[in-house]
Every structure is written in structure tokens, then in C-alpha cells.
Design a protein around this ligand. Structure first.
Ligand code: NDP
Ligand code: HSE
Length: 432
């Protein structure tokens, strides 16, 4: 096989970029033997060229001129790992317009401007590949896009943020505090530059939008996703959940549902969720991710692996790079297909079981008052645990499946009862 030299221009050399430079160098000989592609990182754009990055590349490769890099005739493929929307959006567009395939790990960019960028790639006849943008090392974009392209997918449910899964696992398994676990996740290179994106569910929301787009062939953007983060989860919630034989996970859920007029709609949401301990997602710990696909013909499929960290993410990017380089050599490109306009299901219509913990005065008749309020809103209680706290009691409820709208309207009425001191966390529960 004749060897094709592929010169890679990298935008960013942080946790992921630096790991990718090393991985490309390590795997260069073997990739060439198997594919005939001689991959080499030849240009790297960063903000600070003075920083010592400990990567196997000549210091002359570094530049601060990212705009020149993406149109440089000596660059064949562009890899974007700088993150954020601008200047990444302009740079990726310019690279595609210059006929260069792009590989990116930037979920924020794709969840906000994906349709425009997929269109630009299509128009230029080159690849825009993004396996690393969702669930790190796990191959999930390519299976959804290719292997499952004919599958009537009903629902995809996943743990798609490594930072929050790491924090929840450290709190549950090792008794770590939220703040310490977050600092540890940051030091291990899992968190976003601004970790609010992780802990408030924006990062998982962006990934949910991308999953919905690819799984359902529909334009779903970050703004369509209902999201709640984990910053309000307490050690007490984790302990109550454990007593009920559940754990708490930040789940992304995308599903096709039927609207009241019979039309098809797409639900996209991210929230902390009680997962039964015997569910496959319950055993996903630390920075690992898992994506659970419910197909109409295939049945259930589960994809599992490291969801964050430089080297696992670089692994997914190297696969994309080889694909993009092969396609470039052969003069074709992968297509995301036609994207229809998505009709998004309002969160109020979503049905789930709920966990609630309510602190009340410990006196006769209070439980009956609380149960009456649930009943008045059509919310049925599946189980209740009571714990005495001196003059108070904590009531922990799990409801049967109820509409969000009904559950939300229950809360102010519960709070207005004289005997109710506080309504703590309200979390969804899977498995009902
Ligand atoms: P880092 O913050 O570690 O690295 C970002 C890099 O981009 C730095 O080298 C920085 O330069 C460079 N950069 C940022 N802005 C500019 C700019 N305007 N011009 C030139 N260079 C710039 O981020 P990560 O490596 O962690 O993440 C990169 C991308 O990968 C993000 O989109 C992230 O969401 C995604 N991702 C990250 C994963 C992870 O586990 N970390 C996993 C999956 C995806 P300098 O070093 O000089 O500051
Ligand atoms: N901050 C992200 C996470 C990186 O923790 O999952 C991987 O996308």
C-alpha cells in the first residue's frame, strides 16, 4: 500500500490536545502499517506558546495564529480541542470552507451550531467527525450514525458526564465532600474549564442534544434540553437513596414520545435520578460513562467506558482522524443525513416516578394531611419511609409514575401545610 502523509493542524493543546499529540506519535508506525496513513501533528495553535507542554513535537510547530493554521495549505486535517464557541466556530467553518476535514471534541459548539457546521462540511464534501464529543472514549456516535441508522430507536439514556459521575461516586463510596470531589475531578483533567458546565448539567445537556440529533435525525439544540445539575444533591440524599436500594446518577434521557395531538415529539432532559442498584447504570462509577440504547428491533444495547480524561478522549479522536484521513484520500466524506426540525416535548408532559423528602412535625394526623395533598394532585405514593428526628420526622416518599406538571403543583400545597417544615430534594426515579 502506498503511504499518504497526513499533516494534522491542532487547535488547542490542553488535557485532550496534549494526549492526542502523544497518542498519534505512539501509534504512528502501527497506523501506517495498517492503513498506509502516516499521521503527524505539524502545527499547533494555543494561546500561550511559552508554556512547556511536554509533547513530542518541535517547539516551532506552535503558533498563536489559529486563523492562519486552519487555511494553511501544509495542513491536511484540522483537529479542534480548544473548546468554547468562539473562536472555535469561526475556525472550524474556515477549515471546512478550505476543504479540510475537521475532527472535534467540542460538544458545546456542536450542540449550539451543529446544523450549520454539518451543512458546511456537506457543502465542502469533507468530514466533520465528533466521536469524542459524547462520552469520551466510548464509541457511540458512529454506532448511532452508522450501525443503528435504520433502527427505530425509542430512547437513549446515559451517564454522559464523567465529572459529575466521579463526584457522586466519591461522595457515595468514600464519603468525600462535594467540594473535595469536584477539586479532584478538576485536577484529573475531567472537568470543563468552567466546571459549572459539568455540575449544573450544561455539558450533559449539550451531549443529550447531540445524541438526539444523531439518534433521531432531528435538529435538537442545547436550548431544547431541560436540565438540572447535581449541586443541590446532599450526602443525606445519597444515604436515603442507598436505604431505598438506589444510587443517584446524573442521567441524560432522549426519547421519542407521542404528543396529545398524536404527533411525534422528542423529549430531551438531564437531571439527577435515583437508579435502582440492580439496574446496569448503577454500576457505572467514577469517570466512567455508559449509554443505554433502547431499540425497537435490536432491543437494549449498552455502551460503557471512560467518559473523560485526556487519553481516553484522544483515543476516540484518533479513530476519527484515521477515518477522516482515509476518506480524504478516497475523496469522499461521511454524511449525517437529513435533519428534520425537531418538535420538543414540554417537560411538563414527561412522566416519571419521584423521590421526595419532607420534614414535618411529628404528631398525629400529619401523614394523612400530606398524603391528602398528593392525592388531590393525582400523585400516587408507592412507598414511604419515616425517620424520627426528635419533635420532627423526615418522610421519604417514592411516588408511582406521575406527570411533572402534577408533581410540581403538589409542592406549593405541601409547603403551605402548617405541619410541613421543609420539602427537600425532589428527584426523578427510573424503573417504574
Ligand atoms: P483545556 O482547557 O485543557 O485545553 C484547551 C486548549 O485550547 C489549551 O491548550 C488552550 O491554550 C487552547 N485554547 C483555548 N482558547 C484558545 C484560543 N482562543 N486560541 C488558541 N488556543 C486556545 O481543555 P481540554 O483539553 O480539557 O478540552 C478541550 C475540548 O475537549 C473541550 O471542547 C472539551 O469540552 C472537550 N472534551 C474534553 C474532555 C476532557 O476529559 N477534558 C473529554 C471530552 C471532550 P493554552 O494552553 O495556551 O491556554
Ligand atoms: N467535562 C466532561 C466530563 C469531559 O466530565 O464528562 C468529557 O466530555
Amino acid at each position: 500500500m502506498e503511504t499518504s502523509r497526513i499533516r494534522i493542524g491542532l487547535l488547542g493543546c490542553g488535557h485532550v490536545g496534549a494526549a492526542l499529540v502523544s497518542l498519534v506519535a505512539e501509534r504512528r508506525g502501527e497506523v501506517e502499517r495498517r492503513t498506509g496513513l502516516d499521521l503527524e501533528v505539524t502545527r499547533i495553535a494555543v494561546r500561550n506558546t511559552a508554556l512547556d507542554r511536554d509533547v513530542p513535537v518541535d517547539s516551532a510547530a506552535f503558533t498563536t495564529d489559529a486563523a492562519a493554521l486552519v487555511v494553511d495549505p501544509e495542513v491536511d486535517v484540522v483537529v479542534e480541542v480548544m473548546g468554547g464557541i468562539e473562536p472555535a466556530r469561526g475556525l472550524v467553518s474556515a477549515a471546512l470552507a478550505a476543504g479540510k476535514p475537521v475532527v472535534t471534541a467540542n460538544k458545546e459548539l456542536l450542540a449550539n451550531h451543529g446544523a450549520e457546521l454539518y451543512g458546511a462540511a456537506e457543502a465542502a464534501g469533507v468530514d466533520l467527525l465528533f466521536e469524542a464529543a459524547v462520552a469520551g472514549a466510548i464509541p457511540i456516535m458512529r454506532p448511532l450514525r452508522e450501525s443503528l441508522s435504520g433502527e427505530p430507536i425509542k430512547r437513549v439514556m446515559g451517564i454522559v458526564n464523567g465529572t459529575t459521575n466521579f463526584i457522586l461516586s466519591r461522595m457515595a463510596d468514600d464519603g468525600a465532600s462535594y467540594a473535595d470531589a469536584l477539586a479532584e475531578a478538576q485536577s484529573l483533567g475531567y472537568a470543563e474549564r468552567d466546571p459549572t458546565a459539568d455540575v449544573e448539567g450544561f455539558d450533559a445537556g449539550a451531549k443529550a442534544a447531540i445524541i438526539a440529533t444523531v439518534a433521531f435525525g432531528a435538529r435538537v439544540v442545547a436550548g431544547d434540553v431541560y436540565h438540572e445539575g447535581i449541586s443541590g444533591i446532599t450526602v443525606a440524599d445519597i444515604e436515603f437513596a442507598a436505604d431505598l436500594r438506589h444510587c443517584i446518577k446524573l442521567l441524560a434521557v432522549v426519547e421519542r414520545t407521542t404528543a396529545s395531538d398524536g404527533g411525534s415529539q422528542i423529549g430531551v432532559r438531564v437531571h439527577p435520578t435515583l437508579v435502582p442498584l440492580d439496574h446496569p447504570l448503577a454500576s457505572v462509577r467514577g469517570s466512567f460513562n455508559a449509554v443505554f440504547v433502547e431499540g425497537g428491533a435490536a432491543g437494549d444495547l449498552m455502551f460503557y467506558g471512560r467518559g473523560a480524561g485526556g487519553r481516553p478522549t484522544a483515543s476516540a479522536m484518533l479513530g476519527d482522524l484515521i477515518d477522516a484521513a482515509c476518506n480524504l484520500r478516497q475523496g469522499h466524506a461521511a454524511s449525517i443525513g437529513v435533519l428534520e426540525r425537531a418538535r420538543i416535548a414540554p417537560i411538563d408532559d414527561v412522566t416519571s416516578a419521584f423521590y421526595l423528602n419532607v420534614e414535618v412535625d411529628d404528631r398525629p394526623g400529619v401523614l394523612a394531611q400530606v398524603a391528602t395533598v398528593f392525592g388531590e394532585h393525582g400523585v400516587s405514593i408507592r412507598s414511604m419511609e419515616q425517620e424520627g428526628l426528635g419533635g420532627e420526622a423526615r418522610l421519604v416518599f417514592i411516588t408511582h409514575a406521575a406527570r411533572e406538571r402534577d408533581l410540581r403543583s403538589t409542592l406549593p400545597d405541601l409547603r403551605s401545610l402548617d405541619a410541613v417544615r421543609s420539602v427537600g430534594s425532589v428527584l426523578r426515579v427510573i424503573g417504574d
